[in-house]
Design a protein around this ligand. Structure first.
Ligand SMILES: NC(=O)C1=CN([C@@H]2O[C@H](COP(=O)(O)OP(=O)(O)OC[C@H]3O[C@@H](n4cnc5c(N)ncnc54)[C@H](O)[C@@H]3O)[C@@H](O)[C@H]2O)C=CC1
Length: 369
């Protein structure tokens, strides 16, 4: 019997090369049938167009391992409370989605495909709804920016204070909306472990990023208000593990690792930690004085910096996965990887080649697209 995941991949394959048209059809159908839903989306739909459809399709396509994604879907449901999403919205989106795919698949669309999309979508919606229903937190938190600092041409490090307590674990991320780009929410990792005063640090790079990152770097000021949604992500420390740790970061992927380091400085005595930090140019190493101070105070921390795109750099050079493997072997370590999707994927491939078991590698599918 053909597996459900094969059926889903096969059916999506019928329309994949026309996914822009599927997305246009999906939103047109959705907003025509339910004009009130338009208000949940940003005014400019250009960047949004691929997002909701892309997220649903990727959840459906990754359905091979339902147990593995259930935890993620539950936290996604909690995160979506920021949109005031209701169970009826899920049903309305399903009708528009299946109609859009069916219309573009043409005669090859079958009742088996239709049933598979219905069933999997219903499972995803039920899991997200259950995650949202079990959450007693507010749908989002208002937070005041208390400090904002530019580091170099395109990076900002800023601190905000949520008006209500926001519980999270070091290594997690939240989506943020700022008044400069209403209704556009983008995810950013919290760069510190929980503090008594509740403040949160964020690192943002504007170059190549979207409108939200641009506004957070260039326009945000102390005194501005932000909205933050429920914390997500599984890149947290395992308190049971006694293994030494390798952190591998690209660019602002440093943020969640800085939070994990912050947590480790509070209790670690026994685990040796290597931080491999990749940037393109030497000038991109924002925040290095602070990291150096941590390494001076805590002898268990070793930092290796490498640049990938600057020929004359006198220090370590190369793509960060190559640098990590040069410094190996790392047979008995826990690994944490954070950076762009391309950097994370390249690093995961390399770790697999190095025979590191996947159970010892933590990362979040994280995108700021
Ligand atoms: N939890 C997470 O995983 C987090 C991820 N991020 C993501 O990290 C990214 C950071 O971007 P930028 O600061 O602009 O960094 P960047 O794109 O300039 O890259 C910095 C480093 O990553 C390496 N790199 C990039 N692509 C690579 C590839 N295909 N293979 C191997 N190495 C590669 C570069 O050589 C460089 O050493 C953003 O996409 C952001 O969304 C940011 C915060 C947290």
């Amino acid at each position: 019997m053909t597996s459900l995941s094969t059926i889903l991949k096969e059916s999506w394959g019928l329309v994949e090369d026309r996914k822009d048209r599927v997305a246009a059809h999906f939103y047109a159908r959705l907003f025509l049938s339910h004009p009130q839903l338009r208000e949940l989306f940003p005014v400019q739909m250009d960047t949004q167009r691929a997002r909701l459809l892309g997220a649903i399709v990727s959840a459906v396509q990754n359905f091979d391992n339902p147990e593995g994604i259930d935890g993620y879907l539950r936290s996604l449901g909690r995160d979506h409370r920021k949109f005031h999403v209701t169970p009826e919205h899920y049903a309305q989106v399903k009708v528009a989605l299946i109609d859009a795919i069916r219309s573009h698949a043409g005669e090859q669309w079958t009742s088996v495909y239709e049933q598979a999309w219905n069933d999997v979508y219903d499972h995803i919606a039920a899991t997200m709804t259950a995650g949202a229903a079990g959450d007693t937190n507010p749908p989002y938190w208002h937070a005041e920016v208390v400090h904002h600092e530019r580091r170099g041409a395109d990076v900002a490090v800023f601190t905000c204070r949520p008006l209500q307590p926001l519980a999270f674990r070091a290594g997690q991320y939240v989506s943020i909306e700022c008044g400069y780009q209403p209704r556009l929410w983008r995810t950013y990792s919290i760069a510190n472990a929980p503090r008594a005063d509740g403040t949160l640090d964020f690192h943002v790079r504007a170059a190549g990023g979207g409108w939200v990152s641009g506004a957070l770097v260039r326009r945000l000021r102390a005194g501005d208000m932000l909205r933050l949604a429920a914390p997500m992500g599984s890149m947290t420390l395992d308190p049971q593990s006694r293994r030494d740790i390798v952190f591998i970061t690209g660019g602002t992927g440093l943020a969640p690792v800085k939070a994990l380091l912050d947590e480790l400085t509070r209790y670690n005595r026994t685990r040796w930690i290597h931080l491999f930090r990749g940037e393109r140019q030497r000038d991109d190493f924002y925040d290095h004085e602070h990291l150096d101070r941590i390494a001076e105070s805590f002898p268990w921390l070793t930092i290796v910096r490498a640049v990938s795109d600057e020929q004359g750099y006198p220090g370590e050079r190369g793509a960060i996965p190559d640098v990590v493997s040069r410094h190996g072997p790392w047979r008995d370590h826990d690994f944490y990887v954070a950076g762009s999707a391309a950097m994370v994927n390249a690093t995961l491939r390399r770790l697999t080649e190095m025979c590191i078991p996947s159970t010892r590698i933590k990362y979040d599918a994280f995108t700021d697209a």
